[in-house]
Design a protein around this ligand. Structure first.
Ligand SMILES: [Zn+2]
Length: 112
């Protein structure tokens, strides 16, 4: 479902970037920063994005990462907009669906 939503948002056939499967960075746990001695430091493992490639567990190149994050952000914004626009009469069902999606692939540690 998420993939279909993302595709609809894109602008025609020129948009050829495929959505990669991302996993939360195991080093910073998706926070993009790690605790330094005096302050937080940018996480090197994930290019300070909080995400790594699910297949390899490695950081994506920045130019790839930007597009992947954009795809996810657009999908997330669309999802949020839908939640706000079509508030169902029965709240628990919507909450269930949201939690269900969040749980998928949330803890995907593939190791080195
Ligand atoms: Zn990280």
């Amino acid at each position: 479902m998420d993939r279909v939503t993302a595709m609809k948002k894109s602008h025609g056939p020129e948009f050829r970037a495929a959505q990669l499967v991302l996993a939360k960075c195991p080093i910073c746990r998706g926070k993009a920063v790690v605790k330094g001695v005096f302050h937080d430091l940018a996480c090197i493992q994930c290019n300070a994005s909080g995400w790594v490639a699910a297949e390899t567990g490695e950081a994506l190149p920045l130019e790839v990462l930007v597009t992947q994050l954009s795809i996810r952000l657009q999908a997330a914004e669309e999802r949020i907009a839908k939640i706000h626009c079509f508030k169902p009469a029965s709240g628990p069902e919507a909450a269930y669906e949201l939690n269900n999606r969040r749980g998928a692939g949330g803890s995907n540690y593939t190791g080195d």
